[in-house]
Design a protein. Structure first.
Length: 67
């Protein structure tokens, strides 16, 4: 019985970690998508895009080169 409870706790912990990691990945993808849309508009400086999306300037510059 003790082993079953421990396994259940570990499973719940793993699920919680997976959900948190999934949220982080989703947020990161949305930041990149937002930055890409801002670059496409062409009315924002790279510095402003970095500031508003909380991406590094290097990341924004990389996105610009890829576009």
């Amino acid at each position: 019985m003790l082993m079953e409870a421990r396994l259940l706790d570990e499973r719940r912990e793993g699920e919680a970690e997976g959900i948190a990691e999934g949220k982080e990945i989703g947020i990161a993808k949305e930041k990149l998508a937002t930055a890409k849309r801002m670059l496409a508009k062409g009315c924002y400086s790279l510095e402003v895009i970095a500031e508003l999306t909380n991406l590094s300037l290097a990341d924004v510059e990389k996105l610009k080169k890829e576009a």
